[in-house]
Write a protein that binds this ligand. Structure first.
Ligand SMILES: *Cc1c(COP(=O)(O)O)cnc(C)c1O
Length: 352
């Protein structure tokens, strides 16, 4: 499929790199393609960034048939731009699509589209330490019809946003609230898909945690509220003794690309990694016995986010006021590979 390019006549001023935030400003162009049952995905185009107009009856507004992705483009010191394991994001789009009945995309073509858009917006990739160009592909159901059914028409859109370093003051532990009332996902549900409704459903707990002074929520399983699942938009790892544990992919947690990369790195360093169920009781007991060494979240936004303490009911599980050696090493290695300052021996980066 050919991608037509309609460039803007009024390019915007680039932002001050020392003053970036997350997801507030967008580049000059966006990518769009349409789907209908007759033509499949078609009319791939890059157009000036701007508002889109939809009928108020459009399916996505009412029933949330939508998926999204989050990835980043990094500027390297020698002036190149690279993506981190982008084919994994494209694969995950199709896993999410499948769960909520959106027709599959051509993963190779979608990656070409992302690369073409990022290439056109090269000047927007910030170069300051820790900054990047955040890439947000998403798909929405566009039938103008109020009946609850699988939509026939869709749009795949990609927008780009230059973003700040996640830790302007350096990587630091955050405190997390263990949610024991609300749940995020259940067996057979949509937990493993990056679909809009999961995030709407998580807001209430997020708000509650924020009111109590916590930055994020640690979700427990939706059946017994016994086993650890994940944190906000991050997967989670705990080091107990010399074992590093992360919950298994059983349909309720998001299969993070950072999670997968962290496991591969740890194994390459001969660190024992287990994907297994971890109950909050086991975690609490390990803490009491002095065996809980480190805890951290993993995700595209923060890469590695060390956990300082967990608030679980009336208990405070204190882990560390400082970033542990494992989290630090993972952060340095992953960001080094992403920005090209470390050799990419895994073949994870893709040049734009
Ligand atoms: C996106 C996301 C993650 C992290 O995935 P990455 O591919 O590492 O960015 C983890 N949990 C949830 C719920 C997410 O939405």
């Amino acid at each position: 499929m050919n991608i037509t390019v309609n460039k803007t006549d009024t390019p915007k001023q680039k932002p001050d790199e020392s003053n970036l935030q997350f997801g507030k400003i967008f580049t000059d162009h966006m990518f769009i393609m349409d789907y209908n049952p007759e033509q499949g995905w078609h009319d791939a185009r890059i157009v000036p960034y701007g508002p889109l107009e939809y009928d108020p009856a459009t399916a996505v507004f009412h029933y949330g048939q939508a998926i999204f992705e989050g990835m980043k483009a990094y500027a390297t010191a020698d002036g190149a731009i690279q993506l981190f394991r982008p084919e994994q994001n494209m694969q995950r789009i199709n896993q999410s699509n499948d769960r909520i009945c959106i027709p599959p995309i051509d993963e190779v073509f979608a990656l070409e589209a992302v690369k073409t858009l990022v290439d056109l917006e090269r000047q927007w990739v910030p170069k300051a330490e820790g900054t990047s160009l955040y890439i947000r592909p998403f798909i929405i159901a566009t039938d103008a019809f109020l009946g609850l059914r699988v939509s026939q028409n869709y749009q795949f859109i990609v927008i780009l946003s230059p973003v700040a370093a996640y830790y302007p003051q350096g990587i630091n532990p955050v405190n997390i609230y263990v949610e024991t009332e609300f749940v995020r996902a259940v067996r057979g549900g949509t937990g493993y898909a990056k679909t809009a409704g999961n995030y709407a459903a998580s807001l209430k707990a997020q708000q509650k945690a924020a009111q109590k002074g916590y930055v994020q929520v640690l979700w427990l399983d939706g059946v017994e509220q016994k086993y650890v699942e994940e944190v906000g938009a991050m997967n989670v790892f705990f080091q107990i003794g010399d074992e590093v544990i992360t919950p298994p992919l059983e349909g309720t947690i998001l299969p993070g690309i950072t999670r997968q990369s962290v496991m591969e790195l740890l194994r390459s360093w001969d660190v024992k990694v287990s994907e297994r169920k971890l109950s909050i009781d086991e975690l609490h007991q390990a803490f009491q016995e002095g065996k809980l060494v480190e805890a951290f979240g993993t995700g595209t936004a923060a890469v590695i986010s060390p956990i300082g303490e967990l608030c679980w009911g009336s208990e405070i599980i204190k882990i560390s006021k400082e970033t542990g050696p494992l989290a630090k090493r993972l952060y340095t290695t992953l960001t080094g590979i992403q920005t090209g300052s470390l050799e990419d021996t895994f073949g994870w980066t893709v040049k734009v």
